[in-house]
Design a protein around this ligand. Structure first.
Ligand code: FES
Length: 160
């Protein structure tokens, strides 16, 4: 949801906000954290596996279209949904800066909008618009294309 803080999904900082200093050209996995619309309580949105994110920080000038650069932070930090569009596995860092899906060898290019560069996935990983709040990363909207787990654009539009 727009305004959610992104928190580490794994490792020693699990549950802590993701900051710029934490990021690199290797995957950082995160969950959105924000207010429950019903109770108002702060919740980590890890109940829906579709919410898992892959965040990268690349040197300026390395990301290209079809990455939506205006939805990145300074053209350097980008977030994608991290469930493969083929059958929903978590996508990992592969070789030569390409993301690799361990299930059926799907490949995505995170510097180019996570477009598919190999294997069976039918669509790119969806990009999440993000911005900074101080040094913390915050969602600035919802996924810009349909993530895995939504059967139709209609489902997806209902959700958003
Ligand atoms: Fe990723 Fe099949 S689930 S390639």
């Amino acid at each position: 949801m727009k305004g959610d803080i992104l928190v580490h999904a794994e490792g020693p900082n699990s549950g802590q906000p993701v900051t710029v200093a934490d990021l690199s050209d290797k995957i950082t996995r995160a969950w959105p954290q924000g207010k429950d619309p019903k109770t108002g309580d702060m919740v980590t949105r890890n109940g829906d596996p579709t919410s898992i994110l892959a965040i990268y920080k690349f040197p300026k000038g390395q990301m290209e279209e079809p990455t939506k650069l205006d939805a990145t932070i300074d053209g350097e930090i980008v977030a994608y949904g991290d469930r493969c569009q083929h059958a929903g596995c978590n996508v990992e860092d592969g070789q030569n800066g390409i993301m690799n899906c361990p299930c059926h060898s799907g490949q995505y290019d995170p510097k180019r909008g996570c477009k598919v560069v190999g294997g069976p996935p039918p669509a790119p990983l969806p990009q999440l618009p993000i911005k900074l709040d101080g040094d913390k990363l915050v969602a600035d909207g919802f996924f810009m294309t349909r993530p895995y787990g939504y059967n139709s654009d209609e489902d997806w539009e209902t959700y958003t």
